[in-house]
Ligand binder design. Structure first.
Ligand SMILES: NC(=O)c1ccc[n+]([C@@H]2O[C@H](COP(=O)([O-])OP(=O)(O)OC[C@H]3O[C@@H](n4cnc5c(N)ncnc54)[C@H](OP(=O)(O)O)[C@@H]3O)[C@@H](O)[C@H]2O)c1
Length: 211
């Protein structure tokens, strides 16, 4: 069975993804800078989850999902880069720069995904996804009213992430090449603005007109 490692899996998004995948019967490892924190989160969430250091999780995972804040992206990816050659790495980073998180502030590289590609090098099979899913919605039982846009230069790698989304009871939609990740990353600032303006509790994105 494929092992899925979640780097920064103790946090809001990572723990919700871990919980949904583990509930669906997948083998999932939560990673953390502190192995004890990962083990505690795994025990709290149950469903057979395991916890270990980020490095050990990256080593053990066949698919490695990165869920850390933009400010921690560089240090985290530098640590795991030598451990993920040939693996699918799913980047979820949204380049939010507090305090103006309701404004689009893409990095000089064009997107957090492009920055990740530069940090990981050509050997990782990089995909980016889950930018527009509210973590607290994902952490609740039931379906989440949104699609998951999935970006990456390799169609087969995107397909595998769409399959993971399906296991989490979400519809994944091919968003095309990794460079297109900028669109979803930017959209998150709009969604935060919309949440505030309309007092919404987790506005999301739906693609219409496809089967
Ligand atoms: N929250 C959402 O609704 C949501 C939705 C879509 C996308 N995203 C994106 O997903 C990513 C994670 O978001 P989140 O809300 O889950 O973040 P979070 O809960 O604030 O942090 C996630 C984990 O990152 C690790 N971390 C924090 N600071 C770090 C540092 N300085 N260096 C290394 N690791 C650090 C922590 O794990 P340890 O302390 O255990 O190492 C933490 O539990 C972000 O890029 C965010 O933009 C979030």
């Amino acid at each position: 069975m494929t092992t899925i490692a979640i780097i920064g899996g103790t946090g809001h998004l990572g723990s919700a993804i871990a919980w949904r995948l583990a509930k669906a019967g997948r083998r999932v490892i939560i990673g953390s800078r502190a192995a004890e924190s990962a083990q505690a989160k795994a025990a709290e969430l149950g469903h057979g989850l395991a916890g270990m250091s980020n490095a050990d999780a990256a080593r053990a995972g066949d698919i490695v999902i990165v869920t850390v804040p933009f400010s921690a992206q560089e240090v985290t990816l530098r640590e795991i880069a030598p451990l993920v050659a040939g693996k699918i790495v799913v980047e979820t980073t949204v380049p939010l720069v507090p305090p103006k998180v309701m404004r689009v502030q893409l990095p000089a590289e064009g997107s957090a995904a492009a920055r990740a590609a530069a940090l990981l090098g050509p050997d990782a099979r990089l995909v980016s996804a889950f930018h527009n899913v509210a973590a607290h919605r994902l952490a609740e039982e039931g379906t989440v009213d949104c699609d998951v846009l999935v970006f990456g230069d390799e169609k087969d790698a995107r397909e595998q992430v769409i399959e993971l989304a399906r296991a989490m009871d979400l519809r994944g939609v091919h968003g095309g090449a990794l460079v297109n990740s900028a669109a979803a990353e930017a959209m998150t600032s709009l969604l935060i603005f919309i949440n505030k303006t309309y007092q919404a509790d987790g506005a999301g994105v739906r693609i219409t007109g496809i089967a």
